[in-house]
Design a protein around this ligand. Structure first.
Ligand code: PMP
Length: 461
């Protein structure tokens, strides 16, 4: 068998992929019939595929390549660490310098009162940690019955059984007996799709107050925590109405439950601040991090824990941990990533320059006949596709049909934009320049035009 390389013809790579590689969230045989796209290299915000196309990555991989592709400093940090100490665990009363340095740096970057980190290999693992930590916390406080965690439908918190249960993706729950017991879901603050006749402000309050109703129905003595993304990502970049988070914060404070902010997407500059909790002005007890922590260059996640919770957990032997908790190479790479984000002022530039520019351009997409609302916070945005803006109508075709057509047009125009149902979403690398933003918008517009033409041709509108 020949060595498999970037230089093989695309068709051969596709055949091998179809023969042996199973893809996440994918209909395998469907993809095999169509032929998978093979990405071979990347630099800045640009991907190259096996046919030599240069594609603008409007999704930063999976919302993670915050500093952009091709930063040699990260490769060098990994190589140095691999030579010095490729692995050692942080169990059994040992540690190593990369884990010490990264946890110290995270304590420095996180809001006041967050001085402790528990590492994991991914966002899913970190949310599993959070579930166990919340329950351990309340048990130690003498309230073991306080083990219910409230989450939201259409939230995404990961793919393990625990984090998938915390999430509110019904398609996931249907496969494999989720959610596990003592997880409860309330509705999401998605005004466009679910707001009916209410104003966004009224709707934000109504959805937040579902938390209070749920606490009262379940019993305040049974509810341990509420988990939410500051801005829902995988659910379709759902930016909550302005009334939502202040009301959630009021309710969390009133009932003394823990607030877990899932910052896996929102963290590390995505919303224009280091953490989405700062942008949304909320005070969580635990923040889940992953993705932008290493800009995706190494798999690493973690939970940043407030002092009060950390003190309780540190007071017991917490029977939990992963082989790769605080993996030295991942920590060294994450540390170098944070250094670059910090010292190059990337988060500040997003907040002050490029995110306002992107917002202005992105919102012009609402002038397109297919686009209802455009919502954007920092460098994460979404547009709702609709056959009728005034009534916020959904298409008659099955949800996602039109979004998929639009995504295919984006691919054809060398732009990666994802669809969630019939919403199109973006989350580009934070280093995207104004010129590249112009290209992104021009390609999005072109793809919308082509999608519009196809819908008419196919009788879908
Ligand atoms: N939480 C959120 C908000 C996410 O967006 C994701 C991944 N998309 C996760 C958790 C899970 O992270 P991972 O895929 O690293 O397990």
């Amino acid at each position: 068998m020949a060595v498999i390389t970037n230089h093989m013809p695309t068709s051969e790579l596709q055949a091998l992929d179809a023969a042996h590689h199973m893809h996440p969230f994918t209909h395998g045989t469907g993809l095999a019939g169509k032929g998978v796209r093979v990405i071979t290299r990347a630099n800045g915000v640009w991907l190259t595929d096996s046919d030599g196309n240069r594609i603008l990555d409007g999704m930063a991989g999976l919302w993670c390549v915050n500093i952009g592709y091709g930063r040699k400093e990260l490769a060098q940090a990994a190589a140095r660490q691999m030579e010095e100490l490729p692995f050692y665990n942080t169990f059994f009363q040992t540690t190593h310098v990369p884990a010490i340095a990264l946890s110290q740096k995270l304590a420095e970057l996180a809001p006041e009162g967050f001085n402790h980190v528990f590492f994991a290999g991914s966002g899913s693992e970190a949310n599993d940690t959070n579930l166990r930590m919340v329950r351990t916390y309340w048990a130690e406080k003498g309230q073991p019955e306080r083990n219910i965690v409230i989450s939201r439908w259409n939230a995404y918190h990961g793919s393990s059984v625990g984090s998938g249960s915390l999430g509110g993706m019904k398609g996931m729950h249907m496969q494999g007996g989720m959610p596990i017991p003592d997880i409860h879901h309330i509705d999401q603050p998605n005004w466009w799709a679910e707001g009916g006749d209410m104003t966004p402000e009224e709707f934000g309050l109504e959805r937040a107050r579902q938390l209070e109703t749920a606490i009262q129905e379940l019993g305040p003595e049974r509810v341990g925590a509420f988990i939410a993304e500051p801005v829902q990502g995988a659910g379709g970049v759902i930016v909550p109405p302005e009334t939502y988070w202040p009301e959630i914060q009021r309710i969390v404070d009133k009932y003394g439950i823990l607030l877990i902010a899932d910052e896996v997407i929102c963290g590390f500059g995505r919303t224009g601040n280091w953490f989405g909790s700062q942008t949304m002005n909320i005070r969580p007890h635990i923040m889940t991090v992953a993705k932008g922590l290493s800009s995706g260059y190494q798999p690493i996640g973690g939970s940043i824990i407030c002092d009060e919770v950390a003190e309780v957990i540190n007071g017991v032997e917490f029977n939990h941990g992963y082989t790769y908790s605080g993996h030295p190479v991942a920590c060294a790479v994450a540390l170098e990533n944070l250094r670059i984000l910090d010292e190059e002022g990337i988060v500040t530039r997003v907040r002050e320059e490029t995110a306002p520019y992107l917002k202005e351009k992105f919102e012009t997409l609402t002038e397109h006949p297919l686009v209802g609302e455009a919502k954007i916070v920092g460098m994460m945005g979404s547009i709702a596709l609709t056959p009728d803006k005034a009534s916020r109508a959904a298409f008659e075709s099955e949800a996602g049909t039109v979004g998929f057509i639009c995504r295919e047009r984006c691919f054809a125009n060398n732009l990666v934009m994802r669809h969630v149902g019939d919403r199109m979403i973006i989350s580009p690398p934070l280093v995207i320049s104004k010129d590249e933003i112009d290209i992104l918008i021009a390609r999005a517009w072109q793809s919308l035009d082509e999608c519009h033409a196809k819908l008419k041709e196919d009788g879908l509108m």
